[in-house]
Structures are given as C-alpha cells and as structure tokens.
Design a protein around this ligand. Sequence first.
Ligand code: VG1
Ligand code: CO
Length: 543
Amino acid sequence: MTVLTISTQPIEGQKPGTSGLRKKTRVFMEPGFLENYVQSIFDGIGGVKGKTLIVGGDGRYFNDTAIQVILRMAAANGAAKCTVGRGGILSTPAASNLIRKLKTDGGLILSASHNPGGIDEDFGLKYNGPNGGPANEGVTDKIYARTTDIDTYYSVDAGDIDLGTLGTTEIAGMTVEIIDPVSDYAALMNQIFDFDAIAGLFKSGFTMKFDAMHAVTGPYAVEILENQLGAPKGTVMNATPLPDFGGGHPDPNPIWAHELMDIMTGENAPDFGAASDGDGDRNMIVGRGQYVTPSDSLAVLAANAHLAPAYAGGLAGVARSMPTSAAVDRVAAAKGIDAFETPTGWKFFGNLLDAGRATLCGEESAGTGSNHVREKDGLWAVLLWLNILAVTGKSVADLMSDHWAEYGRNYYSRHDYEAVETDRANALMDGLRSQFASLPGQSVGPLTVSTADEFAYDDPVDGSHSAGQGIRIGFTSGGRVVFRLSGTGTQGATIRVYLESYETDPSALHNDAQAALSDIIAAADAIAGITTHTGRDAPDVIT
Ligand code: VG1
Ligand code: CO
C-alpha cells in the first residue's frame, strides 16, 4: 500500500467554535475541506504516529464517508489503531467513555449535535483528548493555526473498510477494530446507577416516553431502558438513527421535541418524558404536564445525586456555565461545596473534573454530566432522574415544588435570534459594550441596573485566561440578562439572550416563566436595542 502525499492549500473558515468545527454538509464535502481539517487536527496534536484513536459519530449524512477518509488518513499518518463504533455510530458520551476506558490518545467525533442533518444541513467534526473531553482552547488554537498554513495531507491508496461487521481488520498497517457502540456505555451506566431500583419502578407501573428524535441515542436507550431495565417495548420512540434525523431538528427542547411535549401534556400522559439530541449529549426532562428547565434540572440533580450509588459519598463541587441559572449555586451553598462558573462549552469543565474539584456540571442548553466521562451525557441525566424518582417515590412535579419551596425558584428563559447578519449582531454587542460605564445605577422600567460587564474566565486549575465570554447585566432585584453570540451556528450569527430572576415568595413559585420575566425581557430590549439592531420583533426560538 502506498502512502499518498497530497499538496493542498489553506481553506478559509476552519476555526473551531464552541464544540469543534461545524459547517454546512456541502462545505465539508468540498474537495480537500475535510482532509485539510483532519490533517490539521493530526498536526495540531503533534502527529498521530503510533497513537490510538476512537472514531465515531451520530450517524448523520456523510458520517460513514467521512470516517473512511479519516481512517485512510490516520493510517497514512502512522496511527497504530483506530477503534470505530459499528456502522460508524458512537454517541458523544459513549466516545468519551471509550477514550477513557481504552486509554486511547483521543478520538474524532463526527457530529453537528442538535443541528439538522442531510446534504443541505449541517456536519461537524471535533477532536477529544486523552481525558475524553473536547480539546481545550490551547489545542484548538494549534489546530486552527495549522489550517491557515497547511500545505500537505497524507492518505493511503486503500478501499473502504466494512464498518458494519464487528472485529479487527487492517488498513496500511493500522489496526481497525469495529466494536459494539452500546455495550461499554451500558456497562458504565449500570455501575453508576441502581438498576434494580429503576427496574422496580418500571415494574410498579411507572410509565415513560423517551424521544430519541431519530438520532444516535435510539440504540442506547432501547438497550438500557427497554432491554436492561424492563421498560415496555415502545417506551423509546423515534429509535432508529436516520441520516437526516427523519427531517427533524434533533434538539431536545419544548419547541423541537413537540411530539413528546404533546404526549406529556395530553390525556393519559406518562409519568416521565425525556429526549436527547443528535449526538446524545443533551437531555430534556419533562414530567406529566411539567417541563423542567435544564438549569433547574442541574440543581435538582445536585441536590439529590447522593441517592444514586456512584454519588452516595456526596459531590466534590458543582460547575455551571455562566449563562446557566444560579439555581445550582444555592444547592452548593446549602451543601457547603464549591460552585464554579465557567464559559459556555463543555471543554471548560474538563480541568475541574480532572482535578476532582467538580463532580456534576451543567449548561442551560440542556447539557448535564458528571465525572464519569468528559462530555455532557443525555442518557446519564435521564437515568439519574429515574434513580432519584425511584428512591424518593415522588413525581417530577412534586420534586420540583419541593425544590423551589426549599431553595427558591430561578425563573429562566433563553431567547434566540437566529441567522442574523453578522455585522448587525456585532453592532448589538458593541453597543452593549459602549454602555458598561453608564449603565450601573440607571433605571429601566421598574428595574435598576447594578452591574454591566463582559465575562472572562481564569481557569483555577491551569491558570489559562478566556476573555469575551458573554455580556452580563445585573439588576438590583437579583435578576440578570446575558447576551452571547453562538459559536455553533453555520449561518450568519445567532444572538442568545439569557433571562433570569429569583423568587422566594411561596405564592409566586408556580408562575409562567415568560410572565415572571417580563420586566427583564423588556429591559433587555431597551438596553440592547434588539428590535432596532435585528429588525426582528420576536425571537425565533424561546426555551
Ligand atoms: C451551544 C450551547 C452550549 C453547548 C454547545 C455544544 O453553544 O449554547 O451550551 O455547549 O452548543 O452543545 P453556542 O455557542 O451555540 O451557544 V452540543 O450538544 O452542540 O455538542
Ligand atoms: Co449535542
């Protein structure tokens, strides 16, 4: 077999965002685009000679083709072995687990997560390091730098590998092992949770719907919930991963998971509903008639995690991204443990988890996870909820009511303005920056601004500094609004507006979030001029 040395030149737009590189699928399919990025990853991590990698993705359109390219390039670059999920399938948390369990030098995960899939939709690729977590900023900077001066990539003159058959084969001297994508992950979940208690819950007649949204978690959820825990067949809906996710938008929130929401608010609603995203790292939790915001879910899980075997000894600390509500901070304060506030994106939790300073982490965008892997983990969150429901015997609604009564409620919502012209979005952010000095003390409607700044993070473990991580405006009432531009979009800019207020009055704990936040929502527009800058009079998505 001959190694092919192929001349190339830099292609613009290969800067990784919040979670790897995401582009329109057709862009990834342009000649050399994928190859340049894969070679830049290899070069950026100091080469892959003699190294081992995990490779897999969420099964979206182009997943299998891209894996064949990656395998040929890994072989040409001298990698010793690639371990690949059968059919090219690995959920993001399952890939993270395999990197850790098999002690590989990292992995390549192919996914654009919750973004739609298909030739006219989105594709993505990211590198995770030997700890199983997304490459940190230092590494992604090196990868990006290489994309700007790359001149050569390497491949081998070899045919496609059969990804559908378990076992070991070889390509130009590199071992390729095709493994079952589900079994190691299911075994890990069995170690963490009390499967007997959860099986007992299902035996007692407890009902559930899990919406896999035709994305990667289908096979995982069927194996764990139905086969191992005894939930009735059909508990998992939309269980077959499809290259275009059935034409849907595999983002587990009340808007995109409306099929599940209709079931949970309809007649004969099951006790519990959950959904996961394209690559299986996000989760949505909903009780009968009771949606749980991701920020509240993180707080409830932190308050009750000790009911699951793996966390029976308590939590070392908790961490949340800055725009996530402070609900979990109140739990941490009550438990006397540290609460860390990080920039958006799971890569910022890695050091805290590795150093044993945080056990549970979460983001308002429906991501929750723990030190069991180095990614957020959708099914893990669902199983922790089930374990807590099994031990407490409470309904989701009761658990939420009790939690708010004890800690108060952080009303929370996120308003997204999608595909805004980049110049307009930047102008809105710059307009906010120009008001930092004048805002404090100003009244906006019934509210008074107390603070205005841009979040920067100093990593407490390695001391690295990350600036420009979101503009936050605090009010004397304890409420706040945060403005950020998305780092995962593939079209124009998405402005995210995160809204939060805190309520302790027992008679005001069960109101509609949009109503409870109406003053903050009005203040956000008054201060940022959202309507003026974007020309939109309402957000595209409210979660
Ligand atoms: C979004 C979320 C962020 C999450 C990221 C990746 O990023 O806000 O919390 O970590 O997606 O999630 P952004 O930059 O668009 O706001 V996933 O499920 O795409 O891996
Ligand atoms: Co995801």
